[in-house]
Design a protein around this ligand. Structure first.
Ligand SMILES: O=C(O)CCC(=O)C(=O)O
Ligand SMILES: [Fe+2]
Length: 206
């Protein structure tokens, strides 16, 4: 990825994940068929008919870490949202090994060049779905700041001022704020420099 972005120090991203103290984690999600769920678990009234039951198993969100690598069994359910209101299914394929997602931290590390994709998992009404997910994360004290080569910008007010889309933060700082918010919130916005300069029209030049 660093090579693709023409960042000379090509290990800049992999070093963060390969750190001995990396906060990377592995999660296994189990989605029983929703017909087996009790109304109590779904937060529905007991007389709600099964056809009106929401089928979202894992609510929409972006992953906070750097990189996500996911594989599921052959039950469909994963969906990504390339734009608000649009959900595109990612079909499981017996020979396709993994889905790879950019996380919030990689979006910050690339100064917004790579986008953290919003996704969710739907439950299947008749078949159990399982997914296994590796989240590549930095160490808690790692400072998240994009390489200087990616800070080439112009703003109408300050045409020559280098512009960071996000203020720098440590991974532990991000986790603390991210996990205090709701899953579906755009948590990276808390670190956006555009919020504090909202009257400043900014365009990023590639
Ligand atoms: O189970 C899935 O397909 C998605 C899981 C997920 O998004 C997550 O664990 O962060
Ligand atoms: Fe996720």
């Amino acid at each position: 990825m660093a090579q693709g972005l023409k960042v000379p120090q090509t290990s800049v991203y992999s070093n963060l994940i390969m750190d001995l103290h990396s906060d990377s984690l592995f999660r296994i999600n189990h989605y029983p068929p929703f017909t087996n769920w009790t109304p109590h678990l779904l937060g529905q009234d007991s007389d709600t008919s099964p056809t009106t039951i929401s089928k979202v198993g894992f609510g929409e969100h972006t992953d906070p870490q750097i990189l996500t690598i996911l594989r599921s069994n052959d039950a469909p359910g994963l969906q990504i949202s390339p734009q608000r209101g649009l959900w595109v299914p990612v079909s499981p394929h017996p020979n396709t090994a993994f889905s790879v997602f950019v996380g919030d931290t990689l979006q910050a590390l690339t100064n917004g060049r790579f986008k953290s994709v919003r996704h969710r998992a739907m439950v299947n009404s008749c078949k159990t779905r399982m997914s296994m997910v590796y989240f590549g994360a930095p160490s808690p004290h790692a400072r998240i700041c994009c390489p200087s080569e990616l800070v080439t910008t112009t703003t109408t007010k300050a045409p020559h001022k280098p512009y960071h889309l996000y203020r720098s933060f440590t991974w532990s700082e991000y986790k603390k704020i991210a996990y205090s918010m709701r899953l579906g919130d755009t948590r990276l916005d808390q670190f956006s420099t555009l919020q504090s300069e909202n009257s400043d029209e900014t365009t990023i030049t590639e």
